[in-house]
Write a protein that binds this ligand. Structure first.
Ligand code: HSE
Length: 426
């Protein structure tokens, strides 16, 4: 094992508590031979035997007795080199690292195929929710047309706590960090980067699409204000951190952003660090999978299940025969992308403006000129400041038209703050 932080210590717990059960199911014991860490004095947990710790990754990669290398560090370049080196030495690899699989996954999958080894990464997406297995195995007979997920536990936790306990963004983030949900660099959680990596893996696997993180327009929950959560509720919506990928139109539409979802929808009921992925298959129809998306034990359950899969393949002499990174044996290929001007959704717009005659008419005119039709408007007046908060929900409109209207609105002298715009996903 390389790395022994939150998930690594969870792996030791899973093996300590379920070692016998696993041995019975597998027909062989699993043993952690060695654990490479940067600083052994910082490894926590009484379950981690100190004599197994080393600071030398090569002591693992070059040990011919080791069958499987499990990478739990995170980041891209160093893990890429470790995984590559391990596979080149004929070792099977398991990782929970979404960044390396998103950024350099295609290369790693090619190496696994060439070397005939297994490369499995269930722990990289949605923690304890076995969503990659579902896509790869359970829906092997269907064609997936759309995925919609809440795949960053920290973001969902923060929005939930801001909404339910009225915590500030910083307070809620501090709680998520204390609970071990957040990445070492929590900006990846709140700016959507982590969800973007996970959506890259989901879309690659579900659609066989060649896709990279930079192909996915990404907005984080750092654009969400507590006022918008409250206002959304008045219209019957809740704000959720979504990752969406669809091939419904024949072109691939993939994006990560906070969105208003109807308060009665299944994703609205996903609270705290829980993750959920709504998968729609052409024949199976809509399905949803949810559970703990972050944290030590749930993610470790996925990692150890991957190790068991590899071990089963070794015992059955079938390791590496079907590269598990591939889509049901279909090669990863270029997919046409939905042109941005074809994205069409309803939108939520919040404006802070001078409370003067004609201002609402100017706003309505900017929208009307750009073919954006208004579904609902609510205005509240702040008498003391002579200002008004105007919230508009639009009918379905092309995003390029909404952006053009907002560019006109941004020029209005009556505007007091930059407009806030959020997508509505029904
Ligand atoms: N930081 C991630 C999250 C952990 O909050 O979802 C799981 O990948």
């Amino acid at each position: 094992m390389i790395g022994c932080g939150v998930v690594g210590t969870g792996v030791f717990r899973v093996l300590a508590e379920h070692g016998e059960l696993i041995e019975t199911r597998l027909g062989a014991p699993l043993e952690i031979v060695r654990v490479a860490v940067r600083d052994p004095s910082r490894v926590r947990g009484e379950l981690v035997p100190r004599e197994k710790l080393t600071t030398d990754v090569d002591a693992i990669l070059e040990d011919p007795e080791i069958d499987v290398v499990v990478e739990l560090v995170g980041g891209v370049e160093r893990p890429f080199e470790w995984l590559k080196k391990a596979m080149e030495r004929g070792k099977h690899v398991v990782t929970a690292n979404k960044a390396v699989m998103a950024v350099r996954g295609e290369e790693l999958i090619a190496i696994a195929e060439a070397r005939g080894v297994d490369l499995i990464y269930e722990g990289a997406v949605a923690g304890g929710v076995p969503i990659l297995r579902v896509i790869r195995e359970a829906f092997a007979s269907d064609k997936i047309v759309e995925l919609r997920g809440i795949v960053n536990g920290t973001s969902n936790y923060i929005l939930t706590r801001m909404s339910e306990a009225k915590l500030s963004f910083q307070e809620a983030l501090a709680e998520a960090q204390a609970k071990g949900y957040a990445e070492a660099d929590p900006s990846l959680d709140v700016n959507g980067g982590d969800a973007c990596h996970k959506l890259t893996l989901l879309a690659r696997l579900a659609f066989g699409a060649k896709i990279r993180p930079e192909d996915i327009p990404t907005e984080g929950i750092d654009i969400v204000d507590a006022r918008d959560m409250e206002l959304a509720r008045r219209f019957g919506y809740v704000v959720k951190p979504l990752a969406v990928a669809s091939i419904r139109t024949g072109a691939l539409d993939a994006r990560v952003h906070p969105a208003l979802v109807p308060a009665r929808s299944d994703l609205a009921a996903i609270h705290g660090a829980t993750n959920a992925v709504h998968v729609e298959g052409a024949l199976v129809g809509p399905t949803m999978f949810s559970g703990a998306g972050a944290g030590a034990e749930p993610t470790a359950v996925s990692v150890v299940a991957d190790i068991i899969d590899v071990a089963r393949n070794i015992l059955a002499d079938s390791a590496g025969r079907v590269a598990p990174g591939c889509v049901l044996g279909v090669a990863i290929r270029e997919f046409p992308r939905l042109p941005p001007e074809e994205l069409s959704l309803p939108y939520y717009i919040r404006l802070s403006v001078d409370d003067d005659a004609g201002v609402l008419a100017e706003v309505a005119s900017a929208l009307g000129q750009n073919r954006v039709s208004i579904e609902a408007v609510v205005q509240t007046v702040q008498e003391a400041e002579r200002s008004a908060t105007v919230v508009l929900l639009t009918h379905e409109a092309r995003e390029t038209d909404v952006r053009a209207a907002l560019a006109l609105i941004a020029e209005l002298p009556a505007l007091r703050e930059p407009p806030v715009v959020l997508r509505i996903v029904r």
